[in-house]
Write a new protein. Sequence first.
Length: 94
Amino acid sequence: MTHPYDDGSTQADAVGAALAERGQVYGDATVSHGRIAQVWSGILGTEVSAHQVALCMVGLKLVRADCTPGHEDSYLDGKGYRTIAEGIAGSWDK
């Protein structure tokens, strides 16, 4: 998955590498988040979108970063989920 932050910076490289690694393990992020949305929709009894799943995961990582401010993985994953949310929303194409 390519993303809009691929500007050669170390941070963009880290996010891109994390997304690529997880993509190899879990498959396409958009498809995966769609499947998660289906499960959450069933559990919650209301429609949840793949975009909402990614945004909720950003929120989860924000809470974890607040609990453990020195744990870099929470920030990296949060940026990754934000990138996924942007991709699902189609903002990469604009």
